[in-house]
Design a protein around this ligand. Structure first.
Ligand code: MLT
Length: 334
């Protein structure tokens, strides 16, 4: 990600303070002997709505992991407050391996954004492994006037007081990318928050909101199906799944570069033996040709085996918390 953009963005996202989070304690079945794990279904908390990008990635890996572990990984969507509600539920779950969390970059932005965050992403969780890194796309309702990314930039700049931008809550990927975009354009627009980009996409397709920045795992099908207008992809190079879509840099906005990493977590007190079993199973899932193909169709790919480990995941999480903390802290400081 280009460092110049986020620093300015920080001033706009840094004001989010004092948000009280209501966390529901979440108990899970199973328990018992780590050596015998797993003996029961495993709940996978997705902290955004069903049908969105986090949910899609989760379901892709849940199937081969279920097969590998011999029990069902059952997805539970616990959406709200930019992913912090679901993450909070996972933090207080029994540390028995029967509740896991799939989260993305938002795990690293939340500590700086939410003053009353009820969990610590490092102290309250053990990372299981990274999963994937997903490009984002800038899209709009199909009848939005601009045809090209350059026209989009001019249009948004000229009509900033009327255009609306959807996102999935403060600290979500769509929120961060949207702010990078509007910051690069030097405008503020009306942001419309949803509990995930799945409901946001429904409203975008329905024409109730103007544009959004969202992951290719949620946008590729809508773009190729002609349901939304696509302007640019936020990666340095074009992507194979959407070869005709120019990069933001090609459209004259190299500062808008962002992709969204995802990882799997368990509560901090979960025995290492259980974490190892989950990591091994995650690696099996990420090597599965069906998963590789499904991800490729949606513009992404599994991380390499050495990234799908607790060590690599912990290192990235800590680095990203520091990075975003600095960026957002700089924004709060003025
Ligand atoms: C985001 O913007 O962070 C994601 O799109 C959330 C989601 O999975 O809906």
């Amino acid at each position: 990600m280009n460092p110049a953009g986020p620093r300015k963005v920080a001033a706009r996202i840094g004001a989010l303070t004092g948000l009280g989070l209501v966390l529901a304690a979440c108990s899970s079945g199973g328990g018992g002997d780590p050596a015998a794990y797993p003996e029961d279904d495993i709940e996978v908390i997705v902290p955004f709505s069903a049908g969105g990008p986090t949910d899609t990635v989760t379901r892709m890996v849940a199937e081969p992991m279920s097969e590998d572990l011999g029990v069902q990984l059952v997805v539970q969507n616990a959406d709200g407050a930019g992913g912090t509600v679901g993450a909070g539920q996972a933090a207080t779950a029994d540390p028995d391996g029967y509740t896991v969390l799939m989260h993305h970059i938002g795990m690293s932005t939340a500590p700086a954004l939410y003053e009353d965050l009820a969990y610590d992403p490092v102290a309250d969780f053990k990372p299981v492994g990274l999963v994937t890194e997903v490009p984002m796309t800038i899209i709009a309702r199909s009848d939005f006037e601009p045809e090209t990314f350059e026209e989009f930039v001019t249009y948004v700049q000229d009509n900033a007081d009327t255009v609306t931008m959807a996102h999935a809550g403060e600290g979500s990927a769509s929120n961060l990318c949207g702010l990078l975009l509007t910051d690069a354009l030097g405008v503020e627009v009306t942001a419309v928050p949803y509990d995930g980009t799945s409901p946001a996409m429904t409203e975008l397709v329905g024409g109730q909101v103007d544009f959004m920045c969202d992951q290719t795992t949620n946008t590729t099908g809508q773009i190729t199906g002609g349901k939304v207008k696509a302007y640019a992809v936020t990666t340095p190079e074009r992507i194979e799944a959407l070869p005709d879509l120019p990069t933001t840099a090609e459209g004259g906005q190299p500062g808008i570069e962002v992709s969204v990493w995802h990882g799997l977590y368990v509560p901090a007190e979960t025995p290492d033996e259980i974490v190892t079993k989950l990591t091994d199973s995650l690696q099996v899932a990420l090597a599965d040709q069906t998963v590789i193909d499904q991800m490729a169709d949606l513009g992404t790919a599994p991380v390499s085996e050495d990234q799908a480990t607790p060590e690599a995941h912990a290192a990235l999480l800590e680095e990203q918390i520091a990075t975003w903390g600095e960026i957002i802290g700089a924004g709060q400081g003025g």
